[in-house]
Design a binder for this molecule. Sequence first.
Ligand SMILES: [Mg+2]
Length: 191
Amino acid sequence: MTTSKKIRPAVFLDRDGTLIEERGYPSRADQVALVRGAAAAVRRLRALGFGCVVVTNQSGVGRGLITLEQMHAVNAEMLRQFQEAGAPLDGLYYCTAAPLSDDKTVIEHSDRKPGPGMLLRAAKEMHLDLARSWTIGDSVSDVLAGRNAGCRESLLVGSAHPLPHGRGSDALVFDDLSAAVDYIASLAIAA
Ligand SMILES: [Mg+2]
């Protein structure tokens, strides 16, 4: 019997400010609120054939602000809410490293975005085609992680983090996840 698996594209999704409302360093399940339209957006991506993979920097753990258990509780509640909404997420990768500087464009740790480590590992473990994959997030570090991993394109959502000039500042910007997925869908349908 063959064990070869079909390679498929994915959308790598940031957690805080993209899939769930930004809450600083959430430590409890009751702080988890899905971004409006996020579940429908994930359902749409799945229908288009994309794997939906969460890639999240969780420096709150590395900074000693929250425990690993608290981070897992928040992740589990998010996954539960998406599942309940008929929009299961296919994978979740996290990096607990704390940053050494404020520059979100510099790779300090291969797994911490903008490093590509989590995306590369997901691609290997989940048989994902990076060149046909996208990244969506609300930080320049999300944009650059996607580019550093060789993704097709990285989309920025929200207006809470206006980008300074420099690497990643040329990313396409959308109001929210739903609008970014509209864009991906328009290209996927045209292809
Ligand atoms: Mg974020």
